[in-house]
Each structure stands twice: as C-alpha cells, then as structure tokens.
Design a binder for this molecule. Sequence first.
Ligand code: 6PG
Length: 237
Amino acid sequence: MEIKVYKDKNEVAQQFSAYFAKMVEGKSEFHVALSGGSTPKIVFDVLAEEFSSKIEWDRIHFYWGDERCVPPTDNESNYKMTVDHLFSKIDVPEQNIHRVLGENDPVSEAMRYSNLLEINLDKVNAIPQFDLVILGMGDDGHTASIFPHEIELWNSEDHCVVATHPDSGQKRVSINGKVINAAKEVAFLVTGAGKAEKTNAIIKKTEGSEAYPASLVNPNSGNLVWFMDEDAASGQH
Ligand code: 6PG
C-alpha cells in the first residue's frame, strides 16, 4: 500500500492525473472503473483540461464501480457527472463507455452489468479484472456503494450487487469486493476533513475498522495507492 498526501484537492487531482496518464501510456487497451460522488469532479476536470494531450482516450474503456439507479440525465447520476466533467471535454468513442443503465430495474441491471464485465474483461479465478479501479470513501467508511449496514454484499457471489443508501434508501448497482480486489491496481481518492477519522482507522487497522467496507480493499496484486489531501490525512500523525 502506498500513501500519497498532497496539500489540497487540486494537487490531488494534478498528481492523480499524472499517475493515470503514466499508467495508460503505451497500453493498447485499458479498462478502468470510475468512482462517483464529488471528489472525482475536480480530478476529471484536470484530466480533461490539462492532461488530455498526454492520453490516448480511444484506448481506454470506461466503466463505473457503482452507479445510482436514476436516469442518466439525473444530477445524482455518476454517469452524468462524468459526462459533465470529462466526456464532454474529450474525444472518447461511444463504444468505450460502458455505463450502468441506472434507468433500468436494479436487480436486472446488476445481472446485466455482471455479465458485461464477464464478457469485456480478462478474468482471474473467474473474477473480472480491471486494469484500474478508482474508489472514493464516504464519511461512514463505505466505498463504491458497499455501505457498512450491508457489508455482507462485499463477499457476494455476484460480481455486481444491488445496494441501498442507508439514509436516502436510494438503490445503487455496485461491483463487489471480489471484483475490486481482483483489479491490477486500486486508487483511493480521498479528500476532506470528514474522511480523516475513518481513513486513519483504516490505515492504522485500529480495532473496529473492519466494520468499514473501505478497510476491506486489499487488492490481490498488492497495488493499492491512497491519494489524499492533508485534511483527509490529518489523523495520520
Ligand atoms: C458514489 C461513490 C461513493 C463516493 C463516496 C465519496 O456513487 O457516491 O462512488 O463511493 O466515492 O461517497 O464521495 P465524495 O467524493 O463525494 O466524498
């Protein structure tokens, strides 16, 4: 596990973008699962506006680690957020964008997306393997859309599961922990003081931190990189 701490969100975005550009350089095909929420917005803006010339977008296939079960035009949609901050600014072939169909029935969509991953990705021990999974972490220690109150979904036999947001009850489709940990590399993007307590507990493996799904991220490859700002890392001292 590698921990990278930067001054603020913007520097996290700059450094992650440089890391991403270097990772995809020279690859004929690269399969990445994106995260949602607010942190990726600045990262996608920087990727699109400052690193675009360094990246051969047509080699990259975009998926989502989780998506809200809402239409693609809904402001809650991670796909819409990605269009607004990335796809609307770069030239990526439509066939390289593999969105979760949030407008569909969650259970059937989780099955469809599981099958899509099976078809599109190489498999290791029958688990679809992404080249990179980008994750965020909620203040409650959730990651992707595996929440503490449904932590048993982490080990589901289904590659994609239907999760429920603990407060809003919003349904979400999420990849499970086995798919996350099968990835060649996992990058956590965690910023803001609200994350400090859980981040500190997870990195220090303090008692009780195993209740946080983000603590279960432990790629079989060993390649896990935390990109944090000082606020999120403030509990590290
Ligand atoms: C989502 C995300 C979720 C997110 C965390 C952190 O769909 O909301 O995938 O796991 O990464 O909640 O969100 P912020 O970056 O907004 O803090």
